[in-house]
Design a protein around this ligand. Structure first.
Ligand SMILES: *[C@@H]1O[C@H](CO)[C@@H](O)[C@H](O)[C@H]1NC(C)=O
Length: 253
């Protein structure tokens, strides 16, 4: 091969690697980081399609607050702190308590080393139509209800995440955008104090696969019958080995 061809071949390999690159690594950390300053956003900050945003471990908050009591929230994109377009990534961010809706992912996204100090309506909402979004490292606390709300379809892949004092770490929407098949993976996750780690609609083919994790003071799975409208019904709290598969999940963390 000529030098030009070798160079072309190597850049091809580089591009192929970027396409299929695994989610960036972030270790499991069980202490919330101290912010290196605060940034107040008067409106939602958009991360454009395919772009990456590194917050440098600063706290990003909304001012005025968009967390105005759970009942008053509409769940709209404008109340979020960050809105990630298709293929966008966010890393090294601490979200403040005044953000009503945390992060909204409009397509596949990557969330790496992101911390929610006091979750309002939810920490992140996933609207992707297919494919996988990745959460690596980071943590969340103080969620009255949900941390990761999956309203679209496809897979949410969570690893090395820490949570305390939350309602659900993950919930596939029980009564919106249904029927839709949704999947969640949790690997090396520690949760101290939770209602349900993974809430899924088994009747729509949803699955939850939880491995090498610790879930203390709470249920591993909430198996629900999802609905197109009205209230979904929960019928089990236990892994059934089919819709919810838990392997090596400890209960004392
Ligand atoms: C951000 O806004 C809050 C009120 O929501 C205010 O107390 C704080 O001083 C502001 N911080 C900065 C860095 O502007």
């Amino acid at each position: 091969m000529s030098l030009a061809k070798v160079t072309l071949f190597l850049s091809f390999l580089g591009a192929a690697a970027a396409q299929s690159a695994p989610a960036p690594a972030a270790p499991l950390q069980t202490t919330f980081p101290t912010p290196k300053g605060t940034v107040n956003l008067s409106k939602v900050k958009v991360i454009a399609a395919g772009q990456s945003f590194d917050g440098g471990m600063k706290m990003y908050d909304r001012s005025p607050s968009t967390c105005v009591g759970l009942a008053a929230l509409s769940g709209g994109d404008k109340e979020a702190t960050f809105l990630l377009e298709q293929g966008a990534s966010i890393s090294n961010v601490i979200l403040g308590k005044n953000g009503g809706e945390g992060i909204h992912c409009m397509g596949n996204c990557r969330i790496t080393n992101v911390w929610w100090t006091d979750v309002c309506e939810d920490a992140a909402t996933f609207k992707q139509k297919s494919g996988t979004s990745f959460i690596r490292g980071g943590g969340a606390k103080g969620a009255a209800d949900k941390v990761f709300q999956h309203n679209g379809a496809g897979t949410i892949d969570i690893a090395n995440f820490y949570a305390e004092d939350i309602g659900k770490l993950y919930r596939g929407c029980g009564n919106c955008n249904n029927p839709n098949e949704r999947h969640v993976k949790m690997e090396n996750v520690i949760i101290k104090g939770v209602n349900v780690a993974a809430g899924i609609n088994a009747n729509y083919g949803d699955t939850a696969i939880i491995t090498n994790s610790c879930i203390q003071d709470g249920d591993i799975c909430g198996l629900f019958t999802g609905v197109t409208k009205g209230q979904p019904k929960q019928y089990s709290k236990k892994p059934d080995g089919k819709s919810c598969i838990a392997t090596n999940v400890r209960t004392t963390c």
